[in-house]
Design a binder for this molecule. Sequence first.
Ligand code: ATP
Length: 192
Amino acid sequence: MPKKIGIFGGTFNPVHNGHLALANYLCEYCGLDELWFMVTPCNPFKKNDVLLPDYARLEMVSAAVSGYEKFRASDFEFNLPKPSYTVDTLAALRAAYPDYEFVLIIGADNYVAFDKWRNPDEIMRHHSIIVYGRPGYDIDKSLLPSNVTSPDTPLIEISSTFIRQSVSDGLDVRYFVHPEVWKLIVSHGYYL
Ligand code: ATP
């Protein structure tokens, strides 16, 4: 059996306990051998004042995932042409790691618009997909194709926007992120 790797993409600006708890659940309850946090590099053509540099966000993810052997922080997309489309990232992953099976992890909010993604059929042909719940987005499980599953994951309502806003307001929201992530936010003065 090939190793089953979940691919969880995001800007992770910063990674927070909502991301981590969801990913932890998917590993333990949904049969993933590993889960890779695929840090999305900043798009050089998009101006974004609040997005921390790629390696700063990667460093926070690396700090958060160390110690749990099923998690990996991945910079794989940093070296792909930008912007990175999921279909291309997955093709590059298949080429780089032919022995692994990659499972795409997306939120219900993204799944409802999946047919508008670039080459959704190609993604579906090569990969199974795990759709996790997002508040306000109901998934009718009876309508899902056979390679798409939607486990009952706990909803933990934290967002990176909330963390950034709180830090910028001078609030101590350390328990919403991994302690090592909080240390990095404070020591670098991120989001102030
Ligand atoms: P922002 O507030 O900056 O938009 P975010 O918290 O949504 O960020 P992303 O880095 O965009 O974080 O998250 C990556 C993926 O994780 C997204 O597809 C998003 O839907 C999902 N996600 C974000 N917060 C949670 C949460 N609390 N529980 C489960 N999934 C989440």
